[in-house]
Design a protein around this ligand. Structure first.
Ligand SMILES: [Mn+2]
Length: 315
């Protein structure tokens, strides 16, 4: 018999906010520990577009993890993550102006500054990887931090055809930020996007670069040991760091990527290294994945990482 007084809020019902969290689109009233914000911008893509539908896709994929109360019980770790003492909201999307990258990025900076000023952890849903540039630029008054990138590609292109803000350039632009004090790049294996000189310049800047096979050779623990030490970290995840068999829904898939557990355990290790001040998950393009598993894997990794970050704050 059904109990008509209980709302099950099942994944396929209602409004698909991220993980069925409360919605707060008036940032002047933002009062939360974690704030999800979408940046549906895909005008900097060099191949297949479609990441403008990334935030919506990830939200859709996240609803399966959004029901239940009292936190998320992880049976493998025997730990409850994201318990009732924490507040989570979905802030909707940054307003996009079609054909105007400068304004889209400015709108993004403005929203991130607001989320930071309200004391919430920004969790950004891309969009192509260029959205990480305004996000990190806007985090210039919280002290220095090191950036950890997960990606098939180095994204260290300085300028291409006069454009310095393509989705192949975010790590170069971040290296120019005074408040970014170091960098590590994990999963790097793609060909055709970065030149040998880009790798040389990234290493000269001080970036530590790990391919997927480097991580497998070293193991997760030793990889974490070799990451740059810092009090604070920002993590940027490009969907193509994952193997295309795990996450086919992206514009520039690259064979040989991480599997889910490798990514999850690396994120767990990073959360323990220092304070994570924000993170993004970019380059999800749902239309290339009819199964929807990319949306779900992205949503799960976002929830996993938010849980690991908050668990450190509980200590
Ligand atoms: Mn990228």
């Amino acid at each position: 018999m059904s109990n008509q007084n209980v709302s099950l809020n099942l994944p396929f019902t209602g409004i698909a906010s991220f993980s069925k969290w409360d919605i707060c689109t008036n940032l002047d009233q933002l009062d939360a520990d974690v704030a999800v914000i979408g940046v549906p911008f895909d005008q900097s893509t060099q191949y297949r577009s479609g990441t403008r539908f990334g935030p919506r896709g990830i939200r859709d994929g996240s609803t399966i993890y959004g029901f239940g109360i009292g936190g998320t019980y992880d049976p493998e770790r025997d730990v409850v993550f994201m318990g009732d003492q924490w507040k989570f909201v979905d802030c909707g999307d940054v307003d996009m102006i079609h054909g105007d990258q400068g304004q889209c990025h400015e709108n993004t900076r403005k929203v991130i500054r607001k989320i930071i000023s309200r004391g919430a952890l920004p969790v950004v849903l891309g969009g192509d990887h260029s959205v990480t540039i305004p996000v990190v630029e806007a985090m210039d008054d919280i002290g220095e931090f090191t950036v950890i990138q997960f990606d098939a590609h180095l994204d260290f292109v300085d300028v291409r055809g006069g454009n310095r803000y393509g989705h192949g350039s975010p790590m170069r632009r971040l290296s120019e930020c005074k408040h970014v004090n170091g960098m590590a790049q994990l999963g790097i294996r793609g060909i055709g996007s970065s030149k040998k000189s880009d790798f040389e310049e990234a290493r000269k800047y001080g970036s530590k670069i790990f391919s997927v096979r480097d991580v497998r050779r070293l193991g997760i623990k030793e990889t974490i040991n070799q990451l740059p030490k810092s009090k604070q970290y920002y993590v940027t995840i490009d969907c193509d760091a994952l193997d295309p068999s795990v996450a086919p829904g992206n514009g520039s898939p690259s064979p040989g990527g991480f599997d889910y557990y490798e990514m999850q355990e690396l994120l767990e290790g990073i959360a323990r290294l220092g304070k994570v001040v924000g993170f993004d998950f970019t380059e999800v393009a749902p239309m290339y994945d009819l199964s929807g598993v990319t949306n779900q894997t992205a949503a799960r990794l976002i929830l996993d990482f938010a849980g690991f970050i908050l668990k450190e704050r509980e200590k």
